[in-house]
Design a protein around this ligand. Structure first.
Ligand code: DGL
Length: 262
């Protein structure tokens, strides 16, 4: 059982920012990743749609023998993680914007949250902000076009730079000194975000905290793999060949890239 894979999914390649952290923290674990690219982006989808996709993918991963599920998508987490935990008994680890660390870190009291429209409009995020911020001002940006740029592997062009500048600069102008990357696609744009922000702005992403939470859950259930050579598989609900360069670049050691019809 311990050598069973950890199932990880996202709307597309964004969750590889979480895979990267899991593989770094737990190099002995096998990972089975589902990119739901045929249904990407998730950010403008209604909750029912996201719930149906999350249930379908989680059932698939469970049937493949996954010992735990990581919802490597903020949008899917805020919309569906409670339902997934009701329906499945295996550990389900979600990801949510790092509001609490941002509140602890900011000196200006102004926090910028970058996430999809669905995440920004969710009751889950509203509750996080209510719980963890006090005197803080929380600004948000839905960053239209960012997910699509990452999915296209367009991480450096002048057009992507302009897109990043357009959504980061107004947050800086309003006094934000801490930016929360509340979408797993956005760490891939971090070099461009840093170029706009300069060194004094703190940028928070959540791949490693999620990997640590996963490790704690596996440890407490005696599910950690030991001395095992891991298998890394990437499956996509669209054409995986189109994602091959990106996946192989950001997930060294990945083996099979396959098509998944679910
Ligand atoms: N990567 C996802 C997230 O963390 C969703 C991106 C999308 O498909 O809109 O929210």
């Amino acid at each position: 059982m311990n050598v069973a894979p950890i199932g990880v999914f996202d709307s597309g390649v964004g969750g590889l920012s979480v895979i990267r952290a899991i593989a770094e923290l737990m190099p002995e674990e096998s990972l089975l990743y589902v990119a739901d690219t045929a249904h990407c982006p998730y950010g403008a989808r209604p909750i029912d749609y996201l719930t149906e996709r999350a249930l379908c993918i989680t059932a698939y991963l469970q049937a493949q023998g996954a010992k735990a599920i990581v919802v490597a998508c903020n949008t899917a987490t805020v919309a569906t993680v409670a339902t997934l935990r009701e329906r499945f008994s295996l550990p389900i680890i979600g990801i949510e914007p790092a509001i609490r660390p941002a509140a602890a870190n900011t000196r200006s009291g102004v926090i910028g949250v970058l996430a999809t429209a669905a995440t920004l409009g969710s009751a889950h995020l509203a509750a996080l902000i209510e719980r963890h911020t006090d005197y803080h001002e929380v600004l948000t940006s839905a960053c239209p076009g960012w997910v699509e740029a990452v999915e296209a592997g367009d991480l450096e062009s002048a057009a992507t730079q302009a897109l990043v500048q357009a959504h980061v600069q107004p947050l800086l102008d309003a006094g934000a000194d801490t930016l929360v990357l509340g979408c797993t696609h956005f760490p891939f744009l971090r070099p461009l975000i840093e170029a706009v922000c300069g060194p004094d702005v703190h940028i928070l992403e959540t791949g490693m905290p999620v990997a640590r939470q996963l490790q704690r859950q596996l440890l407490s259930r005696h599910l950690l793999a030991h001395a095992h050579s891991p298998q890394y598989r990437f499956l996509s609900t669209a054409n995986p060949a189109a994602q091959s360069d990106f996946v192989r670049h950001f997930w060294p050691g990945v083996g099979e890239l396959g098509y998944l019809s679910i």
